[in-house]
Design a protein around this ligand. Sequence first.
Ligand code: COA
Length: 176
Amino acid sequence: MTAPVPEIATRPAQQSDMPAIHDLSVRLFGPGRFARSAYRVREGTRDISDFCRVAIAGERVIAAIRMTSILIGGKPGALLLGPLAVDAEFANQGHGRRLIAEVAEHARQAGRELIVLVGDLPYYGRLGFVAVPPPRIVLPGPADPARILVLELVPGALSRFEGLVTAAPDAIAPRS
Ligand SMILES: CC(C)(COP(=O)(O)OP(=O)(O)OC[C@H]1O[C@@H](n2cnc3c(N)ncnc32)[C@H](O)[C@@H]1OP(=O)(O)O)[C@@H](O)C(=O)NCCC(=O)NCCS
């Protein structure tokens, strides 16, 4: 008899998930991940924000989405999405889509106006993200402008943001 397949649940990420999230990122993105814009913005920030979320099969983290509170041109109210990582064994089963929808809804309820990411329009476009005509939103690092995408959580939000993306003060990790 084969073991039953556990249902996939989602919940906010916790600090104790970090080893599993780290492991997923290493497997999916490799050492080159540190050059990615999301990592550049996140340097010096907390590992886990209130908006990070994971999908779990039993105890096992099978997908994770990192969210970082950002300023755009010094203005608060936006979040950076990334990375989103889904274990290859569980890919194309809707977990990425579900995590994005859940974090977007949470962010909207928390009064956030905009989600920014660097990613593939063919994937994120189906979830409501649109490309931003450059140079409206600028990311540190080698971000291809055509891959800078946003999701407005409030209609017209993009028109209120312009400039360089930096980590927001509430995202910065306390100095130990
Ligand atoms: C890309 C990724 C986040 C998608 O998450 P997922 O849970 O596997 O995908 P979902 O179930 O939400 O969506 C699956 C659909 O998206 C499509 N899709 C997946 N990646 C895509 C991409 N890069 N571009 C266009 N479409 C894509 C699939 O073909 C599938 O299409 P279908 O519904 O018509 O069959 C995940 O596969 C992953 O972590 N991949 C490796 C890391 C990576 O490339 N990350 C990029 C995000 S920054």
